[in-house]
Design a protein around this ligand. Structure first.
Ligand code: HEC
Ligand code: HEC
Length: 492
C-alpha cells in the first residue's frame, strides 16, 4: 500500500487508463476491420434478377471466404482446378464486367467476404450459336456449374501446405495493397481461420470425395443442401440430382384444405415453396441464422420472386401449325400426367410406373425429414417443412420452360428431348454435360463433339447414379409425331 498524499493519478492508475484506452482502441480496430457489417452496394438491388444473382442471403459470416483469398486461390493452386481459366474451369456463369461469377455474393463484414446464394445452382447459361454471346437465365438450372469440383477445389487448397500466411499474403500483395492493420489481421487471424474452416467442410460434405460412384459432373449434386441438418454422416446411398429450374413456382400453390396438394423437390419430399427456399438458405448459411428476421425477409422475397417469374421463351422460331399437331399428341400421350389439371402433376408417382433410376429416392428417408424438421424448429423458424413420410417415387414435373431444362430426368441422364423419346436402349450411353451451346434439333445442349467434350463432364450411364432407363412414354410414336410433339414442347 502506498499512503503518500495525492498529487494527481498514481502511476499505476495512469498506466491502467492508458492500457484500457489502448484495449478500447484495439477492440475498435478489431471490430472495424474484422466484423463491422456494411450493406452491399445499391446496384445489387437495382432489379429482381440482379438481386437474385448477386444479393447476399447472409452466408458471408459463417460460410464466407475472404474476398482476397478467394481471388488468389486459382492463381496459387491452378493445378487443382479441372482445367485452365481460373474459376471459369468449373463452369460458373460469369457476366461480362462483373467482378464475381453469378451466384457469388460480396459483402464486407470487417473485410470483404465472398459467399454463395441460390443462383449458384439456379441460373442457366446458353448460347444460340458457336460465336454467340452467352445468355443468362436466372432461376433456370445451373447445368454448366460443377459444384463438386468447386467444393473439392477449395478444400484441396486448404489441405495443401502452400496454403499459409506467407504465400497467400505474397500473392495478395501482387494484386492489391493491404495496409499494416489488414496485413496483420490476414497473417494471424484471417488466413489461419479460413484454412481451418475450409478443412472442416470435408466432413460437412462427405460424399464429394467418393470414388465408388460417378462424379456429380456439371449441373448436379448429391442433395447436399439438406445434408447438414439431417442425414447420417455417411451411408452407402447415392442420389445425384439434376439442378431444377425454380421459375413460376406459383404453379405449386394449393387451395387451403386440398386433399392431395402438390409437393416440391424431385421426389416430393417437401410441402411448399417457402419451406424449400428456407431449407436451401439454411444450407447455404451453414448453420442457424444470426439474424432470423433478416433471413425471413430475404427468403420471403426469393419465394415471391420465384413464384411470379415465368420461364424464358424459346429463342428460335416455332412452327405453329406443327406445334398444333403436337398438342394433339401431347394430349393423347402425356397430358394424363403432365397437364396442369391432371391431378398427378406435382405429386409423386410409384416408381414402378416410371422405372427411372432409384438412387435419389433411396437417398432420403423419413427419419431424415423428421430430424431436419426438428433441427429447423429448434432454430425458432416456422415452416411447413419436409414431408415425414416414406417416399414412393419421383414427382411428375411440370414441363414449363422444358426447352432449357436439359439434360433430362431427375438425374440428368438423357441429353435431349429427342433422346428421351427413344427407348432407353437407344439413348446415348456416353455424353458430355454442361456445355452451353444450344441444340435446337435435339432440344437440349450439344452433348457430343469436340467442344462438348472439351468443356463438359463425361456422363457414362453405366456408372452408379447415372442410369438413363425408364420413362419410355411416347417412344413408340412415329418420327413425324415425335417431331410435332417436340415442336409443341417448345411453346411451354
Ligand atoms: C448447390 C446447388 C444448389 C443451391 C446453392 C441451391 N439449390 Fe435449390 N436445388 C438444388 C437441387 C439439386 C435441387 C433438387 C433437390 C432434390 O429434390 O434432390 C434443388 C431444388 C430446389 C427447389 C425445388 C424445385 C421444385 O420444383 O420442386 C427449389 C424451389 C429450390 N431448389 C430453391 C432454391 C433456393 C431458393 C436456393 C437459395 C436459397 C437454392 N435452391 C439453392 C440445388 C441447389
Ligand atoms: C405416367 C405418368 C407420365 C406420363 C404418361 C408421361 N410422363 Fe413425363 N414424367 C413423369 C415423371 C414421374 C417424370 C419424372 C421422372 C424422373 O425424373 O425420374 C417425368 C419426366 C419427364 C421429363 C423430364 C423433365 C425434366 O425436368 O427433366 C420430360 C421432358 C417428360 N417427362 C416429358 C413427357 C412427355 C413428352 C410425355 C408424353 C410422351 C410424358 N412425359 C409422359 C411422368 C409421366
Amino acid at each position: 500500500m502506498n499512503d503518500t498524499p495525492r498529487s494527481g493519478p498514481k502511476p499505476s492508475q495512469l498506466l491502467l487508463s492508458i492500457l484500457s484506452l489502448l484495449a478500447g482502441l484495439l477492440g475498435y480496430i478489431v471490430w472495424e476491420r474484422g466484423f463491422r457489417e456494411h450493406p452491399q452496394p445499391d446496384w445489387v438491388r437495382r432489379d429482381d434478377p440482379t438481386r437474385f444473382m448477386y444479393g447476399s442471403i447472409g452466408a458471408e459470416k459463417d460460410a464466407g471466404i475472404p474476398y482476397w483469398i478467394f481471388y488468389v486461390l486459382p492463381r496459387i493452386f491452378a493445378e487443382k482446378l479441372p482445367g485452365p481459366g481460373g474459376y471459369a474451369a468449373i463452369g460458373l456463369p460469369w457476366e461480362e464486367g462483373q467482378e464475381l461469377p453469378i451466384g457469388f455474393t460480396k459483402k464486407t463484414l470487417g473485410f470483404p467476404r465472398v459467399a454463395n446464394n441460390c443462383a449458384l445452382c439456379h441460373t442457366a447459361r446458353y448460347r444460340t450459336a458457336p460465336d454467340a454471346k452467352p445468355v443468362f437465365a436466372p432461376l433456370g438450372p445451373g447445368h454448366t456449374t460443377n459444384i463438386q469440383a468447386f467444393l473439392r477445389f477449395v478444400i484441396d487448397c486448404a489441405k495443401d501446405p502452400r496454403f499459409n500466411s506467407d504465400n497467400i499474403l505474397q500473392e495478395i500483395e501482387n494484386v492489391t495493397h493491404l495496409d499494416w492493420v489488414d496485413t496483420l489481421m490476414y497473417r494471424f487471424f484471417i488466413i489461419p481461420a479460413t484454412k481451418q474452416r475450409l478443412l472442416e467442410r470435408e466432413s460437412q460434405y462427405p460424399s464429394i470425395y467418393r470414388t465408388d460412384v460417378a462424379d456429380w459432373g456439371r449441373g448436379r449434386d448429391d442433395i447436399i443442401k439438406l445434408f447438414k441438418y439431417s442425414l447420417n454422416p455417411i451411408d452407402d446411398t447415392f442420389g445425384p440430382a439434376d439442378f431444377p429450374a425454380i421459375w413460376n413456382l406459383k404453379k405449386y400453390d394449393s387451395t387451403p384444405g386440398e386433399r392431395d396438394p402438390q409437393r416440391m423437390n424431385l421426389a416430393g419430399d417437401t410441402w411448399d415453396a417457402y419451406s424449400v427456399v428456407m431449407d436451401s438458405a439454411l444450407g447455404l448459411l451453414g448453420g442457424a441464422p444470426h439474424d432470423s428476421e433478416e433471413l425471413i425477409e430475404e427468403v420471403q422475397w426469393i419465394t415471391d420472386y420465384t413464384k411470379r417469374t415465368p420461364p424464358p421463351a424459346y429463342p428460335f422460331p416455332i412452327d405453329t401449325a406443327k406445334a398444333a399437331d403436337g398438342q394433339a399428341v401431347f394430349d393423347a400421350q402425356c397430358a394424363f400426367c403432365h397437364a396442369d389439371n391432371s391431378g398427378r402433376v406435382g405429386r409423386p408417382l410409384p416408381l414402378v410406373e416410371i422405372g427411372t433410376s432409384r438412387g435419389r429416392l433411396d437417398r432420403w428417408i423419413r427419419n431424415a425429414a423428421v430430424r431436419a424438421n426438428r433441427a429447423v424448429a429448434a432454430m425458432g423458424i416456422e415452416r411447413r417443412g419436409l414431408v415425414e413420410e416414406d417416399l414412393i417415387g419421383y414427382k411428375v414435373p411440370h414441363l414449363d420452360g422444358i426447352w432449357l431444362r436439359a439434360p433430362y430426368l431427375h438425374n440428368g441422364s438423357v441429353p435431349t428431348l429427342r433422346d428421351l423419346l427413344d427407348p432407353a436402349s437407344k439413348r446415348p450411353r456416353v455424353f458430355y454435360r454442361g456445355y452451353d451451346g444450344y441444340d435446337p434439333e435435339g432440344i437440349g445442349f450439344i452433348a457430343q463433339g469436340s467442344e462438348a467434350e472439351r468443356i463438359g463432364t463425361r456422363h457414362d450411364v453405366s456408372k452408379r447414379g447415372n442410369a438413363n432407363q425408364g420413362h419410355e412414354f411416347g417412344t413408340h410414336l412415329s418420327g413425324e409425331e415425335k417431331s410435332s410433339l417436340i415442336e409443341y414442347l417448345k411453346t411451354f
